[in-house]
Design a protein around this ligand. Structure first.
Ligand code: BTN
Length: 265
């Protein structure tokens, strides 16, 4: 994998055949890499982690990559970088898999779906070192190219099973290019507005009924849009608008595009 990996100028690249977690490795780099942009890619992870403390199964054949950045923005603004990663991953797959890539949707907050099943997740973490002005942001990207777990609550699949053959290295190279392009847009004043527009164009469930699981309770409503910070705007049945900061989204029957057959509520 390593020989064929490449990143745009101004990024450093680290390849490890095996690591505990590329996010952990990127966070370890913060002690020496202040201000620089580093991609960490691994062939497999022994302790891959997902959102909400979940394990991320990390056998060889899928893509495991993390980007360390120091954007000169507030932590609230930096949190919207997961949407930059989402649109970049989607565009990379669309570019490499025309026309099959059009089957790929974005799922709030940080997932990608093919035919309504999860194929990729994004884990954003941060660390603020003593004396530093800006936090270090790590954006972890896991894409199921060749295999996927079959015991997840929200159904998962992989690109190969969906008939989309892309190897992890070519996918990574394309993601690195697309991420850089969307990051340049995001860095501009009000840049998240443009990213949000991109994201909404390919989002699953907009204008449709959804269920959002918030830890120990669930709320239902219509997925109206995203607010200026990337939070989900939910219109509940009493016409009350609720802003959801974190949670797991499940779609109702017919709330995702026609080729999506997932239903979880
Ligand atoms: C999720 O959907 O829960 C997020 C999954 C993020 C997985 C990636 S794989 C590369 C990076 N390293 C990790 O340990 N996690 C992220």
């Amino acid at each position: 994998m390593t020989a064929s990996l490449s990143v745009p100028a101004s990024y450093a690249l680290h390849y490890l055949e095996e690591v505990d977690s590329t996010n952990s490795e990127a966070l370890r780099l913060t002690t020496s890499a202040r201000g620089e942009k580093h991609w960490v890619v691994a062939g497999r992870q022994t302790m891959g982690r997902g959102r909400r403390g979940r394990e991320w199964t990390s056998k060889p054949g899928n893509l495991y990559a993390s980007l360390l950045l120091y954007p000169k923005k507030s932590l609230t603004e930096a949190a919207t970088l997961s949407f930059v990663a989402g649109v970049a991953i989607r565009q990379a797959i669309v570019d490499l898999a025309q026309p099959a890539g059009e089957r790929i949707n974005l799922k709030w907050p940080n997932d990608l779906l093919v035919d309504g099943k999860k194929i990729a997740g994004i884990l954003l973490e941060s660390s603020l070192e003593q004396g530093a002005d800006n936090p270090a942001i790590v954006i972890g990207v896991g894409v199921n190219c060749a295999h996927s777990p079959n015991d997840t609550e929200f159904p998962a699949t992989n690109l190969a099973s969906a008939g989309i053959d892309i190897n992890p290295s070519e996918l990574f190279n394309r993601i690195a290019i697309k991420f850089n392009e969307f990051y340049e847009i995001w860095m501009q004043k009000n840049g998240f507005t443009d990213i949000r527009d991109h994201w909404l164009k390919s989002a699953a469930g907009i204008g449709k009924p959804i269920t959002v699981r918030l830890g120990d309770r669930e709320i239902q409503g219509v997925f109206e849009s995203l607010d200026a910070n990337g939070q989900l705007i939910l219109l509940e049945s009493n016409n009350k608008k609720t802003i959801v900061t974190a949670g797991d989204v499940f779609f109702s029957r017919n709330s995702v595009p026609a080729h999506d057959n997932n239903q979880a509520s």
